[in-house]
Design a protein around this ligand. Structure first.
Ligand code: ASP
Length: 335
């Protein structure tokens, strides 16, 4: 009898394991992304990079790796692509350099790591992961974060590695407007409100053990100054994960996402108000943020492995992969 029970419970746990869904959802930034702005060639190339990130992340999950490995693998593909404002292709600060932010959070034990304003790590998401795993802290910033990254043997590059002509052109445009309006701070924030380019990247995955991990990486906003840090490295704003509710990675006008604690607010609605992730995210992005002019969106994954992608902008580079479906989209009017 006892043997029968053991055999039965082993069988049951195998069935439960096999039933657990694995899935990944990604974004490459939200914003004024319209058909008129992308050539056919650019569009094809962007979709290919998004697909590759999904494939790489999903393959890791399918291989039995955990959600942390999947999220890092997917984000590295997007950081290495010049199309997105993260890693290579990051926007320029007012001083014409690049300062990168990234964060990662694990939903099984609420461990998290983040870096802000780093300049020399080729893949900032690796630095965020190292902060989480190999330091007693959650967030490191600036020179200290760069020094820590070096001790982790992460690949270091010259800051010019992140340069691209397209981002330089965006810097020139904003600089021109700023010069015309004068250098008063009001004029600069006015320019930022209208000219910053989104393009942050993020991924959220759920693994075979039902653990959720969320990560985000960005160059921030074009023409940012004075060490400005957005929401992306701020746990609870741009990134959050809790196995009991959901994982979220955000993109958008960071100042709003920080003030409204967007990623955490969505997960809290799921946990405490028993709302679906879709409904919770819709309320925060399309009601709360929209009402105050907070542009942007989120991707998320609930505890059942259902991906969600919501934005209040014209478009968002996005996609997900589950056992049943692979989906990639850019514009707001796609399915
Ligand atoms: N949220 C980012 C920031 O404010 C920008 C973005 O999503 O593109 O730094």
């Amino acid at each position: 009898m006892r043997l029968l029970c053991v055999v039965f419970s082993m069988f049951a746990s195998v069935v439960v394991m096999a039933d657990k869904p694995i899935a990944i959802v990604i974004h490459g930034g939200a914003g004024t992304i319209e058909r008129s702005q992308l050539s056919g060639e650019q569009e094809t190339s962007i979709r290919a990079d998004l697909s590759q990130a999904l494939e790489v992340g999903y393959a890791a999950l399918d291989d039995g790796q955990d959600a942390m490995d999947a999220v890092v693998a997917a984000i590295m593909v997007l950081e290495n692509s010049t199309h997105f404002n993260a890693g290579k292709g990051a926007v320029y600060t007012r001083e014409k350099s690049h300062e990168l932010d990234a964060s990662i959070m694990r939903g099984s034990d609420l461990q998290a790591g983040a870096v802000a304003g780093i300049k020399y790590t080729k893949n900032p998401i690796l630095a965020a992961k190292a902060v989480m795993l190999n330091s007693p802290h959650v967030m490191l910033a600036g020179r200290g974060a760069d020094a820590f990254s070096k001790t982790q043997n992460l690949e270091q590059v010259d800051n010019s590695y992140f340069d691209t002509e397209a981002r330089l052109e965006a810097w020139r445009k904003v600089d021109e407007i700023t010069q015309q309006k004068g250098r008063q701070e009001a004029a600069i924030s006015d320019v930022l409100d209208h000219e910053f380019k989104f393009g942050t990247v993020g991924a959220v995955a759920i693994d075979q053990n039902g653990h959720i991990v969320a990560g985000t990486s960005t160059g921030g906003m074009t023409y940012k100054a004075w060490g400005r840090i957005g929401d992306s490295p701020v746990i609870g704003a741009g990134t959050y994960a809790d196995d009991r509710s959901c994982g979220i990675s955000a993109t958008g006008h960071g100042e709003y996402f920080i003030r409204y604690a967007v990623a955490h607010d969505i997960c809290a609605r799921v946990l405490y108000q028993d709302k679906s992730l879709q409904q919770a995210a819709d309320e925060v992005i399309n009601e709360t943020l929209k009402a105050v002019g907070g542009d942007g969106g989120i991707i998320g994954m609930d505890a059942q492995g259902k991906p969600v992608m919501i934005f209040n902008t014209a478009g968002m580079y996005r996609g997900f992969k589950t056992k049943e479906e692979t989906y990639v989209a850019i514009y707001g009017d796609e399915k």
